[in-house]
Design a protein around this ligand. Structure first.
Ligand SMILES: Cc1ncc(COP(=O)(O)O)c(C=O)c1O
Length: 326
Protein backbone atom coordinates (compact mmCIF):
# COMPACT_ATOMS: atom_id res chain seq x y z
CA UNK A 1 0.00 0.00 0.00
CA UNK A 2 1.28 3.44 -0.78
CA UNK A 3 1.39 6.19 1.75
CA UNK A 4 3.23 9.52 1.73
CA UNK A 5 6.21 10.12 3.95
CA UNK A 6 7.22 13.45 5.50
CA UNK A 7 8.89 14.57 2.24
CA UNK A 8 5.81 13.68 0.27
CA UNK A 9 7.37 10.65 -1.49
CA UNK A 10 5.26 7.55 -2.07
CA UNK A 11 6.16 4.83 0.43
CA UNK A 12 5.40 1.13 0.31
CA UNK A 13 4.07 0.12 3.70
CA UNK A 14 5.31 -2.85 5.68
CA UNK A 15 3.95 -6.16 4.30
CA UNK A 16 1.61 -6.89 7.20
CA UNK A 17 -0.15 -3.55 6.70
CA UNK A 18 0.03 -3.96 2.96
CA UNK A 19 -1.72 -7.33 2.87
CA UNK A 20 -5.32 -6.11 2.78
CA UNK A 21 -4.54 -2.85 1.08
CA UNK A 22 -2.77 -4.51 -1.86
CA UNK A 23 -6.05 -5.14 -3.59
CA UNK A 24 -6.97 -1.48 -3.63
CA UNK A 25 -3.63 -0.18 -4.95
CA UNK A 26 -4.32 -0.72 -8.60
CA UNK A 27 -7.77 0.84 -8.27
CA UNK A 28 -6.83 3.84 -6.20
CA UNK A 29 -3.29 4.70 -7.26
CA UNK A 30 -3.31 7.09 -10.19
CA UNK A 31 0.32 7.48 -11.21
CA UNK A 32 0.92 10.31 -13.61
CA UNK A 33 1.34 8.96 -17.11
CA UNK A 34 4.92 9.02 -18.43
CA UNK A 35 6.37 9.87 -15.00
CA UNK A 36 8.71 6.98 -14.15
CA UNK A 37 8.55 5.78 -10.56
CA UNK A 38 11.63 3.99 -9.28
CA UNK A 39 11.60 1.86 -6.16
CA UNK A 40 14.49 2.32 -3.75
CA UNK A 41 14.35 0.61 -0.36
CA UNK A 42 10.60 0.82 0.08
CA UNK A 43 9.98 4.26 -1.44
CA UNK A 44 9.10 5.43 -4.91
CA UNK A 45 11.01 8.29 -6.53
CA UNK A 46 10.74 10.16 -9.80
CA UNK A 47 13.65 9.58 -12.19
CA UNK A 48 15.50 12.77 -11.21
CA UNK A 49 15.28 11.94 -7.50
CA UNK A 50 16.11 8.23 -7.72
CA UNK A 51 19.61 8.34 -6.28
CA UNK A 52 21.91 6.08 -4.27
CA UNK A 53 24.96 6.92 -2.18
CA UNK A 54 28.36 7.21 -3.86
CA UNK A 55 29.57 5.01 -0.99
CA UNK A 56 27.33 2.12 -2.05
CA UNK A 57 29.64 -0.78 -2.90
CA UNK A 58 27.37 -1.55 -5.84
CA UNK A 59 28.92 1.54 -7.43
CA UNK A 60 32.39 1.38 -5.89
CA UNK A 61 33.03 -2.32 -6.60
CA UNK A 62 30.17 -3.68 -8.73
CA UNK A 63 29.31 -5.53 -5.53
CA UNK A 64 25.73 -6.67 -5.83
CA UNK A 65 23.40 -8.86 -7.84
CA UNK A 66 20.58 -8.25 -10.29
CA UNK A 67 17.90 -9.65 -12.53
CA UNK A 68 16.43 -8.44 -15.79
CA UNK A 69 12.80 -9.55 -16.01
CA UNK A 70 10.24 -9.05 -18.78
CA UNK A 71 6.53 -8.66 -18.49
CA UNK A 72 4.07 -9.13 -21.29
CA UNK A 73 0.38 -8.43 -21.61
CA UNK A 74 -0.01 -7.58 -17.91
CA UNK A 75 1.89 -10.63 -16.63
CA UNK A 76 5.45 -11.05 -15.36
CA UNK A 77 7.16 -13.85 -17.26
CA UNK A 78 8.88 -16.51 -15.12
CA UNK A 79 8.93 -14.34 -11.99
CA UNK A 80 9.56 -17.26 -9.68
CA UNK A 81 12.62 -18.46 -11.61
CA UNK A 82 14.10 -14.95 -11.66
CA UNK A 83 13.55 -14.54 -7.93
CA UNK A 84 15.13 -17.92 -7.25
CA UNK A 85 18.19 -16.99 -9.27
CA UNK A 86 18.42 -13.61 -7.52
CA UNK A 87 18.37 -15.31 -4.13
CA UNK A 88 20.94 -17.87 -5.29
CA UNK A 89 23.26 -15.14 -6.60
CA UNK A 90 22.88 -13.15 -3.38
CA UNK A 91 23.47 -16.18 -1.21
CA UNK A 92 26.58 -17.12 -3.15
CA UNK A 93 28.16 -13.71 -2.45
CA UNK A 94 26.86 -13.48 1.15
CA UNK A 95 24.25 -10.77 0.62
CA UNK A 96 21.24 -11.15 2.87
CA UNK A 97 18.34 -9.62 0.92
CA UNK A 98 16.47 -7.47 3.45
CA UNK A 99 12.99 -8.45 2.21
CA UNK A 100 11.10 -11.71 2.04
CA UNK A 101 10.39 -13.33 -1.33
CA UNK A 102 6.72 -12.33 -1.03
CA UNK A 103 7.56 -8.74 -0.15
CA UNK A 104 9.96 -8.44 -3.06
CA UNK A 105 7.45 -10.00 -5.48
CA UNK A 106 4.90 -7.43 -4.35
CA UNK A 107 7.36 -4.52 -4.56
CA UNK A 108 8.21 -5.55 -8.12
CA UNK A 109 4.57 -5.84 -9.16
CA UNK A 110 3.75 -2.54 -7.48
CA UNK A 111 6.62 -0.81 -9.31
CA UNK A 112 5.18 -1.95 -12.63
CA UNK A 113 1.71 -0.73 -11.57
CA UNK A 114 3.14 2.61 -10.50
CA UNK A 115 4.57 3.00 -13.98
CA UNK A 116 1.30 2.06 -15.60
CA UNK A 117 2.90 -0.51 -17.88
CA UNK A 118 1.54 -3.79 -19.26
CA UNK A 119 4.55 -4.72 -21.42
CA UNK A 120 8.14 -3.99 -20.52
CA UNK A 121 11.29 -4.86 -18.66
CA UNK A 122 12.17 -4.65 -14.99
CA UNK A 123 15.67 -4.25 -13.64
CA UNK A 124 15.83 -5.57 -10.08
CA UNK A 125 19.06 -4.73 -8.28
CA UNK A 126 20.37 -5.61 -4.83
CA UNK A 127 23.54 -3.74 -3.93
CA UNK A 128 25.89 -4.51 -1.05
CA UNK A 129 24.89 -1.15 0.42
CA UNK A 130 26.71 1.82 1.87
CA UNK A 131 30.18 1.17 3.30
CA UNK A 132 33.49 2.96 3.39
CA UNK A 133 36.02 3.28 0.58
CA UNK A 134 37.69 -0.01 1.44
CA UNK A 135 36.34 -3.04 -0.37
CA UNK A 136 35.64 -5.07 2.74
CA UNK A 137 31.87 -5.60 2.74
CA UNK A 138 31.85 -6.06 6.49
CA UNK A 139 31.29 -2.30 6.84
CA UNK A 140 28.19 -2.36 4.62
CA UNK A 141 25.33 -2.69 7.04
CA UNK A 142 22.30 -2.97 4.81
CA UNK A 143 21.87 -4.00 1.15
CA UNK A 144 19.81 -1.66 -1.00
CA UNK A 145 17.01 -2.79 -3.28
CA UNK A 146 16.30 -0.89 -6.47
CA UNK A 147 13.55 -1.69 -8.97
CA UNK A 148 13.24 0.09 -12.31
CA UNK A 149 10.37 -0.69 -14.67
CA UNK A 150 10.73 0.48 -18.24
CA UNK A 151 10.41 -0.66 -21.82
CA UNK A 152 13.25 -2.16 -23.79
CA UNK A 153 13.74 -3.31 -27.39
CA UNK A 154 17.24 -4.53 -28.10
CA UNK A 155 16.62 -5.37 -31.73
CA UNK A 156 14.08 -4.36 -34.34
CA UNK A 157 11.51 -6.86 -35.63
CA UNK A 158 13.57 -6.89 -38.83
CA UNK A 159 16.53 -8.47 -36.96
CA UNK A 160 14.23 -11.20 -35.58
CA UNK A 161 13.16 -11.91 -39.18
CA UNK A 162 16.60 -11.85 -40.79
CA UNK A 163 18.82 -12.93 -37.84
CA UNK A 164 21.92 -11.39 -36.32
CA UNK A 165 25.66 -11.60 -36.84
CA UNK A 166 28.27 -12.45 -34.22
CA UNK A 167 32.05 -12.37 -33.99
CA UNK A 168 34.24 -14.36 -31.67
CA UNK A 169 35.91 -11.79 -29.44
CA UNK A 170 39.37 -11.87 -27.85
CA UNK A 171 38.00 -11.37 -24.31
CA UNK A 172 37.32 -14.78 -22.78
CA UNK A 173 34.36 -15.51 -20.51
CA UNK A 174 35.58 -15.73 -16.93
CA UNK A 175 35.85 -19.23 -15.54
CA UNK A 176 34.20 -20.40 -12.30
CA UNK A 177 37.60 -20.23 -10.60
CA UNK A 178 37.82 -16.49 -11.32
CA UNK A 179 34.30 -15.18 -10.89
CA UNK A 180 31.62 -17.76 -11.46
CA UNK A 181 29.44 -16.62 -14.39
CA UNK A 182 26.52 -18.40 -12.69
CA UNK A 183 26.39 -15.47 -10.26
CA UNK A 184 24.41 -12.68 -11.90
CA UNK A 185 26.45 -9.97 -10.28
CA UNK A 186 26.70 -6.24 -10.94
CA UNK A 187 30.25 -6.84 -12.12
CA UNK A 188 29.75 -6.99 -15.91
CA UNK A 189 33.04 -5.60 -17.17
CA UNK A 190 33.95 -8.95 -18.73
CA UNK A 191 30.78 -8.77 -20.84
CA UNK A 192 31.12 -5.03 -21.50
CA UNK A 193 34.62 -5.51 -22.94
CA UNK A 194 33.33 -8.28 -25.20
CA UNK A 195 30.49 -6.01 -26.28
CA UNK A 196 32.94 -3.24 -27.17
CA UNK A 197 34.93 -5.72 -29.27
CA UNK A 198 31.77 -6.75 -31.13
CA UNK A 199 30.92 -3.09 -31.74
CA UNK A 200 34.40 -2.45 -33.12
CA UNK A 201 33.94 -5.40 -35.47
CA UNK A 202 30.50 -4.13 -36.57
CA UNK A 203 28.80 -7.30 -35.33
CA UNK A 204 25.47 -7.50 -33.54
CA UNK A 205 26.81 -9.65 -30.70
CA UNK A 206 30.01 -11.11 -29.28
CA UNK A 207 30.57 -14.85 -29.12
CA UNK A 208 32.57 -15.47 -25.95
CA UNK A 209 34.77 -18.54 -25.51
CA UNK A 210 35.98 -19.91 -22.20
CA UNK A 211 39.63 -20.48 -21.33
CA UNK A 212 39.52 -23.92 -22.96
CA UNK A 213 38.42 -22.34 -26.25
CA UNK A 214 34.89 -23.71 -26.08
CA UNK A 215 31.79 -21.58 -26.59
CA UNK A 216 30.51 -20.12 -23.31
CA UNK A 217 27.80 -17.62 -24.27
CA UNK A 218 27.27 -14.16 -25.74
CA UNK A 219 27.45 -10.97 -23.68
CA UNK A 220 23.90 -11.31 -22.33
CA UNK A 221 22.56 -14.38 -24.10
CA UNK A 222 22.89 -18.14 -24.15
CA UNK A 223 23.84 -19.88 -27.41
CA UNK A 224 22.01 -22.74 -29.14
CA UNK A 225 23.10 -24.65 -32.26
CA UNK A 226 21.10 -27.12 -34.32
CA UNK A 227 22.76 -29.81 -36.43
CA UNK A 228 20.76 -32.52 -38.23
CA UNK A 229 17.76 -31.90 -35.99
CA UNK A 230 19.80 -32.10 -32.77
CA UNK A 231 19.70 -29.02 -30.55
CA UNK A 232 22.86 -28.30 -28.57
CA UNK A 233 23.89 -25.69 -26.01
CA UNK A 234 26.99 -25.31 -23.83
CA UNK A 235 26.69 -26.72 -20.31
CA UNK A 236 26.66 -24.28 -17.40
CA UNK A 237 30.17 -25.49 -16.56
CA UNK A 238 31.41 -24.00 -19.85
CA UNK A 239 30.79 -20.55 -18.36
CA UNK A 240 27.17 -19.96 -19.34
CA UNK A 241 24.63 -18.29 -17.12
CA UNK A 242 21.75 -20.60 -16.24
CA UNK A 243 19.45 -18.47 -18.39
CA UNK A 244 15.75 -18.37 -17.66
CA UNK A 245 15.01 -18.07 -21.39
CA UNK A 246 17.39 -21.01 -21.91
CA UNK A 247 15.23 -23.07 -19.58
CA UNK A 248 12.06 -21.96 -21.42
CA UNK A 249 13.68 -23.23 -24.64
CA UNK A 250 14.33 -26.58 -22.93
CA UNK A 251 10.60 -26.74 -22.08
CA UNK A 252 9.54 -25.83 -25.61
CA UNK A 253 11.95 -28.36 -27.13
CA UNK A 254 10.45 -31.11 -24.95
CA UNK A 255 6.97 -30.02 -26.01
CA UNK A 256 7.95 -30.10 -29.70
CA UNK A 257 9.65 -33.48 -29.33
CA UNK A 258 13.29 -32.33 -29.56
CA UNK A 259 16.02 -33.30 -27.19
CA UNK A 260 18.59 -30.68 -26.16
CA UNK A 261 22.14 -31.85 -25.48
CA UNK A 262 24.33 -29.81 -23.15
CA UNK A 263 27.73 -30.36 -24.73
CA UNK A 264 30.99 -28.51 -25.17
CA UNK A 265 30.89 -26.63 -28.46
CA UNK A 266 33.72 -25.12 -30.47
CA UNK A 267 33.76 -22.38 -33.09
CA UNK A 268 33.88 -25.20 -35.66
CA UNK A 269 30.49 -26.41 -34.38
CA UNK A 270 29.12 -22.90 -34.81
CA UNK A 271 30.40 -22.64 -38.39
CA UNK A 272 28.94 -25.99 -39.49
CA UNK A 273 25.58 -25.62 -37.69
CA UNK A 274 22.40 -25.82 -39.78
CA UNK A 275 20.72 -23.25 -37.52
CA UNK A 276 21.65 -21.18 -34.49
CA UNK A 277 19.87 -18.88 -32.11
CA UNK A 278 20.49 -16.89 -28.94
CA UNK A 279 18.28 -16.59 -25.86
CA UNK A 280 18.04 -13.93 -23.19
CA UNK A 281 15.37 -12.03 -21.32
CA UNK A 282 16.13 -8.80 -23.15
CA UNK A 283 16.88 -10.33 -26.58
CA UNK A 284 14.24 -13.11 -26.20
CA UNK A 285 14.82 -15.87 -28.81
CA UNK A 286 16.69 -14.51 -31.82
CA UNK A 287 18.21 -16.24 -34.85
CA UNK A 288 21.97 -16.07 -35.45
CA UNK A 289 22.81 -16.31 -39.14
CA UNK A 290 26.47 -15.38 -39.43
CA UNK A 291 29.54 -15.99 -37.26
CA UNK A 292 33.04 -14.65 -37.95
CA UNK A 293 31.99 -13.95 -41.54
CA UNK A 294 30.74 -17.52 -42.13
CA UNK A 295 27.13 -18.02 -43.13
CA UNK A 296 25.28 -20.38 -40.77
CA UNK A 297 23.06 -22.88 -42.64
CA UNK A 298 21.52 -21.11 -45.59
CA UNK A 299 21.90 -17.70 -43.95
CA UNK A 300 18.26 -17.46 -42.93
CA UNK A 301 16.48 -18.27 -39.66
CA UNK A 302 15.93 -22.05 -39.75
CA UNK A 303 12.70 -24.00 -39.40
CA UNK A 304 13.29 -25.18 -35.82
CA UNK A 305 14.40 -21.71 -34.73
CA UNK A 306 11.29 -20.19 -36.27
CA UNK A 307 9.03 -22.68 -34.44
CA UNK A 308 10.92 -21.98 -31.23
CA UNK A 309 10.37 -18.22 -31.58
CA UNK A 310 6.68 -18.67 -32.36
CA UNK A 311 6.05 -20.88 -29.32
CA UNK A 312 8.16 -18.63 -27.09
CA UNK A 313 6.03 -15.65 -28.09
CA UNK A 314 2.85 -17.59 -27.35
CA UNK A 315 4.10 -18.50 -23.88
CA UNK A 316 5.05 -14.90 -23.09
CA UNK A 317 1.55 -13.75 -24.02
CA UNK A 318 -0.31 -16.50 -22.21
CA UNK A 319 1.61 -17.26 -19.02
CA UNK A 320 3.05 -15.36 -16.08
CA UNK A 321 2.23 -13.72 -12.77
CA UNK A 322 -0.65 -11.22 -13.10
CA UNK A 323 0.38 -7.65 -12.35
CA UNK A 324 -3.08 -6.20 -11.99
CA UNK A 325 -5.96 -7.84 -10.12
CA UNK A 326 -7.87 -10.03 -12.58
C1 LIG B 1 25.80 -13.20 -19.29
C2 LIG B 1 24.40 -13.59 -19.58
N1 LIG B 1 24.16 -14.76 -20.17
C3 LIG B 1 22.91 -15.16 -20.48
C4 LIG B 1 21.82 -14.37 -20.18
C5 LIG B 1 20.44 -14.85 -20.48
O1 LIG B 1 19.75 -15.17 -19.30
P1 LIG B 1 18.19 -14.94 -19.14
O2 LIG B 1 17.54 -15.75 -20.21
O3 LIG B 1 17.88 -15.43 -17.78
O4 LIG B 1 17.93 -13.50 -19.31
C6 LIG B 1 22.03 -13.13 -19.57
C7 LIG B 1 20.91 -12.26 -19.25
O5 LIG B 1 20.45 -12.21 -18.16
C8 LIG B 1 23.34 -12.74 -19.25
O6 LIG B 1 23.58 -11.56 -18.65
Amino acid sequence: MLTKNAEGSAVLEKPAQRETAEKSIAKTATPAKNAPKIFIDGQFFGEADAKVSVFDHGLLYGDGVFEGIRFYNGRVFRLEEHMERLWDSARSICIDIPMSRRELDEALLETIRQNNLRDGYVRLIVTRGVGNLGLNPVHCKRPSIIIIAATIALYSEEVYRRGLTVVTVPTRRMGPATLNPAIKSLNYLNNVLARIEANLANADEALMLNDAGNVAECTADNVFLIKRGRIMTPPITAGALRGITRSVVFDIAAELGFKISEVDLTRHDVYIADEAFLTGTAAEVIPMIRADGRVIGNGEPGAITTRMIARFRELTRETGTPIFPE
